[in-house]
Design a binder for this molecule. Structure first.
Ligand code: BGP
Length: 465
């Protein structure tokens, strides 16, 4: 075997509540901001898909845990639906929601599967969204109460907690590109929301630690290495600024207890500096994560030539539909002419993951890291009861090789979660973009393991490949 992983390495896959559960109105669940966004702006979602049913995991979780076991995973990353526990975002707890997750966690554990649980994977209760969402400090307080309820009710079942999934990506799309709810382009609000997420994480982590809870708490960050498009001083400067805004704004407070100067200087110039109370400022000045989760899909290539704002994501999977991201006067993301791309125009670049892991190691050599998401969206069809997704096997193998190299170089990576366990509601991409180890027949919702599931099962069994 060429790549032997450390003992105890976690081999699993990931999902998020809104993307797989369905049961949108079952047993007292309240609406989330995504349910409402899809209903009010169907034109923004590929083929007007909705998260009402998705994979119906809420009703089929027993079968899904059987699949997880069948696929040989020893861990599973999932999220808890906030509006299933608190239909109004705060206030009365919905016991049926608690019961659902208790049954699910029990079943996972009795099948030898470690749950890695995210508290917030973008399904903000609509009641909070209507009062200003993450711009409103009330939401931070409601999140603290939701987190406390989760620790209280599931603390004996769960030991690995992430407060947030990808605060950067959700802020970017909610408040800059306007592609996700709340669909705004407001850069000042974006900086405040990005900061409010960090405050929310830090407060929850503090109460978790203060209460002496069992287990570890961290969060999952979307990280992308940022390369200058050319070697000019302008492009290098633009790339460094993009890195400060998209990567360092999030990992520096968590790992080092500080914000990147470059981003602070820009926000100061533009009048975008976030409001932070003295208490929260003190809180953010101390590192707050027991581990960091890295969600890695692709790198960015940055050009300083950006005349205006322009945002577009490929949601069709058509080769001729490019992604565009440009903030006028700051920078623009460009396509790498030498890059290899997926059907949705995301570059495949496993070395980027290695570089990110080494960067984290250099900052905090002792801090455990999980690769909490990594995967490839494809157009797929069932043939003979399976899908021949050799491309996914190659994608996962190359990224695992990069992780192995980083571990050899001293980065304490403790586990890998492939996105995703099953094909799911891919946000504004609807259902055409398939990510799973399990193929979901959209007519019957039956699950079929793809060829990659067998490859991964063998790697997990041998703890390497
Ligand atoms: C991450 C999200 C996941 C997942 C994945 C793939 O940003 O945390 O929820 O969806 O990206 O992205 P997409 O489904 O938009 O292709």
């Amino acid at each position: 075997m060429k790549y032997q992983f450390p003992e105890g390495f976690l081999w699993g896959s990931a999902t998020a509540a809104l993307q797989i559960e369905g049961g949108a109105a079952a047993d007292g669940r309240g609406p989330s901001v995504w349910d409402v966004f899809c209903r009010e702006h169907p034109e923004k979602i590929f083929e007007r898909a909705t998260p009402d049913v998705t994979c119906d995991h809420y009703h089929r979780y027993e079968e899904d845990v059987r699949w997880i076991r069948e696929l040989g995973h020893n861990a599973y990353r999932l999220s808890i639906s906030w509006p299933r526990l608190f239909p109004e975002g705060s206030g009365a707890l919905n016991q049926a929601g608690v019961d659902f997750y208790r049954r699910l966690f029990d079943l996972l554990r009795s099948n030898g599967v470690t749950p890695h649980v995210t508290l917030y994977h973008w399904d903000l209760p609509d009641a909070l969204a209507r009062r200003g969402g993450w711009e409103n400090p009330e939401t931070i307080a409601a999140f603290e109460a939701f987190a406390a309820a989760c620790f209280e009710h599931f603390g004996d079942q769960v030991e690995l907690w992430s407060t947030l999934n990808e605060p950067g990506w959700t802020t970017l799309n909610g408040y800059v590109t306007a592609l996700h709810p709340p669909g705004k382009t407001d850069l000042k609000a974006a900086v405040q929301v990005a900061t409010n997420f960090l405050i929310a994480h830090a407060r929850v982590a503090r109460s978790f630690h203060k209460a002496g809870r069992r287990g570890k708490i961290g969060l999952a960050l979307n990280l992308s290495p940022v390369y200058p498009a050319t070697d000019t001083a302008e492009d290098r400067q633009a790339a460094s600024l993009a890195d400060a805004i998209f990567n360092r704004w999030f990992f520096e407070p968590l790992l080092l207890g500080r914000f990147p100067e470059e981003a602070l200087a820009l926000y100061n110039r533009c009048g975008f500096l976030p409001e932070i109370s003295a208490d929260d400022r003190a809180l953010l000045a101390a590192p707050s994560a027991d581990f960091v989760g890295v969600n890695y899909y692709y790198p960015h290539h940055v050009s300083a030539e950006a005349s205006g704002n322009d945002f577009h994501l490929n949601t069709s999977g058509r080769q001729d539909e490019n992604c565009r991201f440009s903030i006028g006067g700051l920078f623009r993301f460009v396509r790498n002419p030498r890059g290899q791309y997926t059907d949705w125009a995301w570059e495949i670049h496993p070395d980027g993951l290695y570089e990110l892991l080494i960067r984290l190691r250099d900052l905090r050599p002792d801090l455990p890291v999980y690769v909490t998401e990594n995967g490839i969206g494809r157009v797929e069809e069932l043939a003979g009861g399976t899908v021949d997704d050799q491309e996914r096997i190659d994608f996962v193998r190359l990224h695992l090789e990069a992780i192995h190299r980083a571990i050899q170089a001293g980065c304490p990576v403790r586990g890998y979660f492939m996105w995703a366990l099953m094909d799911n509601f891919s946000w504004i991409n609807g259902f055409k973009k398939r990510y799973g180890f399990l193929f979901i027949d959209r007519q019957t919702l039956a699950r079929y393991p793809k060829k990659s599931a067998a490859w991964f099962r063998e790697a997990a069994r041998r703890n390497g490949f």
